[in-house]
Design a protein around this ligand. Structure first.
Ligand code: FRU
Length: 472
């Protein structure tokens, strides 16, 4: 085990050594949070505190694989420009020596407090897990307070990712877990003082067919309904659903805080694209429920990302505002994203076909009439989004990162396609359909020189296409 000072020093040396290589990458993102070097995965400790937005993240600075994670840190005043801050947590103690794993932040008694998982491999190579507390007076420097929750009976050591919130003057915590029968579930705890925690059972799960481990639970209230987002592993693909290696989705219902149980409906995928996982949400000072996810999926072709040659991999998604409409979670890019617009490139009525070069960091908006029969959007000769009224399918296709063979993800829209907003960064797209009803989040490793956008449509109405170049 290395001490905090040495770990920090080595991490900063790793950054110094590879930063230029990472920044020279033509796939380096323009306006998404990326690791300076190394690997980034889950968003952590997402909070607006004393006016500032803080996003901590799972970070492996020493190489582009997983391992004993640190907490990296970005901050922002406006959700658009992000500043890389000093490392928040290092795996330097007996209770977190193999990784300061994912966790969440709260504001309490003038302090920013984070609960996170201390991942430990003991002498026999077995996993141990501790839910730990660390506190900060300024959001930058943290003092570890040690273990607050030990593994309760009834679970394997796959027990991690505490999310803490306040309700009716008490504190609650959910932890992603696995039962002894190897089924995914969410453990539920209650506390009066954030020190002593009582295990109240499983808030939700296991659910037949919903996998062997639920990671990164996130519980909140929206429009008087309770929502639980989590990332189950081991769910089998069913037609157009659950096609990624691991899933992320949500259930809606009602939490019975007394008995520690949530009655809920069925599990719905949150994002329809190739890369989306382990999102975290919080309420900001404007009262919005904002969500950010990891634009990656564990064990899903990470070794084939071309950015590895440049000593970095992965990024976070744009912040999205969540809304609940008729039992469905909508995700909208936050309105602050408009500040990214550098200049309008064009506004065009597309009658049948249109092609035009655009910037590699751009935003597109497509507005259509109701009677559109067919839509096709082709980006940089790499990604194709298509919609057909005949069956209501929206499909996103790209070449598989390993084989180059086409692969696709789909969803169904019975009401037709009316509004499409696309954020293009150098190596990703986020496609928001019908004002956030469906979202496709995907990495895009097109030829960096490619600039061509092609749009085709069939139907009676005209289609308005607007494009902006975005700042990066
Ligand atoms: C999800 C996850 C979490 C864990 C973290 C480790 O991607 O596996 O369950 O805390 O990543 O980096």
């Amino acid at each position: 085990m290395m001490n905090d000072k040495d770990l920090r020093q080595q991490a900063y040396q790793a950054v110094e050594k590879s930063l230029e290589t990472a920044q020279e990458d033509t796939y380096r993102q323009g306006f998404h949070m990326t690791p300076p070097v190394g690997l980034l995965n889950d968003p952590n400790g997402w909070i607006q505190w004393r006016g500032k937005y803080h996003m901590y993240f799972q970070w492996m600075p020493f190489h582009t694989g997983h391992g004993a994670k640190l907490w990296g840190h970005y901050s922002s005043d406006n959700l658009v420009e992000w500043k890389l801050e000093p490392i928040a947590l290092t795996p330097s103690d007996w209770f977190d020596k193999n990784g300061c794993y994912s966790g969440s932040a709260i504001d309490h008694n003038e302090k920013l407090k984070v609960f996170y998982t201390g991942n430990v491999r003991n002498g026999k190579g077995d996993r141990e897990t501790y839910q730990c507390l660390a506190e900060s007076d300024n959001g930058i420097d943290f003092v570890k307070k040690g273990v607050r929750v030990e593994l309760p009976e009834g679970y394997t050591a796959h027990f991690r990712d505490p999310k803490v919130w306040n309700y009716d003057d008490k504190w609650y915590m959910v932890v992603g877990a696995q039962t002894l029968d190897k089924e995914g579930t969410v453990a539920f705890f209650e506390s009066e003082d954030l020190q002593e925690w009582t295990h109240k059972g499983n808030l939700a799960g296991p659910v037949n067919g919903l996998g062997y481990m639920w990671e990164c639970p996130d519980t909140f209230q929206l429009d008087q309904q309770d929502v639980l987002i989590f990332s189950p592993q081991g769910v089998k693909a069913q037609g157009i659903d659950f096609n990624n290696q691991y899933q992320t989705g949500y259930v809606i219902g009602k939490i019975d805080y007394e008995n520690g149980k949530m009655e809920h409906g069925s599990f719905t995928e949150l994002d329809r694209g190739f890369e989306f996982y382990a999102p975290q949400s919080m309420v900001d000072e404007k009262g919005r429920r904002l969500l950010v996810g990891w634009m990656g999926v564990p064990d899903q072709g990470e070794e084939h990302h071309p950015t590895i040659k440049h000593h970095w991999i992965h990024n976070l998604t744009l912040p999205r505002e969540l809304r609940l409409e008729q039992g469905k979670l909508y995700q909208l890019p936050v309105e602050e994203m408009k500040q990214l617009r550098l200049k309008q490139l064009f506004e065009h009525e597309v009658e049948a076909e249109f092609s035009q070069s655009i910037a590699r960091t751009s935003e597109l908006v497509i507005e259509t009439g109701d009677s559109l029969d067919h839509l096709e959007l082709k980006l940089f000769d790499f990604l194709t989004l298509s919609y057909s009224k005949a069956d209501g399918y929206v499909t996103l296709e790209r070449p598989n990162l390993a084989s180059g063979e086409p692969e696709s993800r789909s969803c169904r829209l019975i009401e037709g396609i009316k509004y499409v907003q696309v954020f293009i960064d150098r190596s990703s797209v986020e496609i928001f359909i019908n004002k956030g009803k469906e979202v496709f989040t995907t990495r895009m490793f097109a030829d960096p020189e490619e600039r061509l956008l092609k749009v085709k449509q069939k139907g009676n109405e005209q289609l308005k296409l607007t494009a902006w170049e975005l700042k990066d």
